[in-house]
Design a protein around this ligand. Structure first.
Ligand SMILES: Cc1cc2nc3c(=O)[nH]c(=O)nc-3n(C[C@H](O)[C@H](O)[C@H](O)COP(=O)(O)OP(=O)(O)OC[C@H]3O[C@@H](n4cnc5c(N)ncnc54)[C@H](O)[C@@H]3O)c2cc1C
Length: 468
């Protein structure tokens, strides 16, 4: 990096400009793949600092990579073309609640879990609940449009953002939306920026919508003998007349990984389990679970175990929370996908993943947000085994292509990043891709905001997890 650039950044950031190799290495990866060491890292604490950095990046045409807690599973914050990583994790100053307006204003580095805790103190709820909420930042959630188990009833991040403060690629500070739920003044830029993976603007503040916290919850575990029926029961539950607040599925492989890891007395022989939560008035909840039970009986499913107290309920949800740690500690590298399909196609997707698992002889675990059709086929692989990695690449490609064939999508919530960009064309087509590129070009003509993400490079058609 040229000395003049370092001197300029030094004046703004002093000890918050990280130049040493060991410091920069810590910013070279996320929770997916690939390692790219940035030239510099700046730890920003204000919109003014973001603006000044963008001005320098614009002048010298250097890439900027926004980074929250780097829990991205799609390569979102990786500095693939070198340049400056802009670290937001220290910028947590603003976490202000306005209970009478049902809103919260936050700095981008605030952890999502801290927003949940503050809202709950006022009997309110910030609904989006990515499983990573105790570590990820709201900035990362906004950029990825994160979802979570509650998505089946409450939707995802974009449904709870009513205003943003953003630094543009030209270094201007703009505001989108405001403090009201209704706002149709001009284009809906808030929605455009959410899920744009840091490629269209840098988010410096957000105004989030809160809802009343449900009075109570109840949970049941449904145990299945075959995966196909488990898939079929998802639509059955959702059309029974009750809207579950969470509905998560674990296949036999996931159940056994969790059981190996934590010994929770789970049914190891079951083909799958579904965890269903209902929330609302405590007097109504048992009736709602009865409605679900009755609907399931119609398709021959009767093994439904209702948690009888809060302790049992918490244990059931712990099962879901432990899937990722259980897979990680079972060895090798975890490749987590999030292909999403229409609800009626979930049984087909399960069948296909099973075929792919056998065809490529891979260790694939399937779990996910059943109620959204958002499955997480997760592959455990040894990245040092070149031949196995090739099989993984083919398997992932087949999973993506089949999801698209079923009318689904490459990504329900993890984003495209570097991991799925080779497949963008398959889903959105050439004209659709050109339209998206035109937006990027208009808003970031020098391509300085998170370049190398979302859009395939020239000729890039396949997923490559390992070179050589
Ligand atoms: C164990 C585990 C469980 C997970 N569970 C879920 C889940 O249930 N649901 C889900 O949706 N995801 C989940 N994820 C994925 C991940 O946590 C989310 O994508 C999360 O939103 C990333 O937040 P982050 O702070 O780590 O952002 P990072 O990973 O640092 O960055 C993510 C993206 O946001 C951009 N970005 C960050 N800050 C800003 C900003 N201020 N302005 C503009 N762009 C910015 C980055 O450039 C990057 O493109 C999980 C990940 C793990 C490891």
């Amino acid at each position: 990096m040229e000395k003049i650039i370092i001197d300029k950044l030094n004046k703004i950031f002093k000890e918050r400009l990280l130049k040493a190799v060991d410091e920069r290495v810590s910013y070279s990866y996320d929770a997916s793949f690939g390692q790219h060491i940035p030239d510099l890292v700046v730890q920003v604490l204000s919109a003014e600092e973001v603006q000044k950095t963008v001005e320098i990046a614009d002048e010298f045409a250097i890439p900027i990579y926004p980074r929250g807690a780097s829990t991205s599973l799609s390569g979102g914050p990786l500095p693939v073309h070198g340049g400056i990583v802009m670290d937001f994790s220290q910028w947590t100053q603003k976490l202000e609640i306005y209970p009478e307006d049902l809103i919260i204003k936050v700095s981008p580095g605030v952890k999502t879990g801290d927003i949940h805790k503050l809202a709950e103190q006022y009997n309110l709820m910030y609904a989006p609940d990515p499983s990573s909420s105790s570590i990820c930042t709201i900035g990362g959630n906004l950029a990825e449009n994160a979802g979570g188990p509650r998505g089946v009833k409450y939707g995802v991040t974009k449904d709870y953002v009513i205003g943003l403060e953003v630094v543009t690629a030209a270094g201007k500070l703009i505001r989108t939306g405001g403090c009201t739920v209704k706002n149709v003044t001009g284009y809906d830029l808030t929605k455009l920026l959410i899920g744009s993976e840091g490629t269209l603007g840098i988010i410096t503040e957000a105004t989030l919508r809160l809802i009343p916290k449900p009075l109570d919850t109840m949970t049941a575990m449904i145990i299945f003998d075959d995966l196909y029926t488990a898939g079929k029961s998802i639509s059955k539950i959702l059309t029974a007349g009750v809207r579950p607040s969470k509905m998560e599925i674990l296949d036999q492989n996931s159940i056994n990984k969790v059981e190996d890891y934590a010994e929770l007395n789970l049914p190891r022989d079951a083909a799958a389990i579904i965890l269903v939560e209902v929330d609302g008035d405590p007097e109504v909840l048992p009736k709602e679970l009865s409605v679900i039970k009755k609907a399931l009986e119609e398709i021959g499913v009767s093994n439904v175990q209702v948690a009888e107290n809060k302790d049992q309920e918490q244990k059931l949800w712990q099962v879901r929370k432990l899937v990722s740690p259980a897979i990680v500690t079972s060895g090798y590298t975890k490749i987590s996908e999030d292909a999403t399909v229409p609800l009626s196609k979930i049984p087909d997707m399960f069948k296909k993943i099973d075929e792919i698992k056998n065809k490529y002889n891979l260790n694939i675990v399937v779990f996910g947000h059943a109620g959204d059709g958002n499955l997480h086929p997760t592959i455990n692989t040894n990245m040092r085994d070149e031949e196995e990695v090739k099989r993984v690449e083919f398997a992932v490609e087949e999973i993506f292509n089949y999801a698209i064939e079923l009318g689904g999508t490459l990504s329900g919530e993890h984003g495209i990043g570097t991991m799925k960009k080779a497949f963008m064309l398959n889903e959105v087509g050439e004209d659709g891709l050109d339209f998206q590129k035109a937006i990027k070009k208009a808003l970031d003509p020098k391509n300085i905001l998170n370049p190398g993400k979302i859009f395939p490079e020239e000729g890039e058609k396949r997923l490559v997890l390992r070179n050589g």
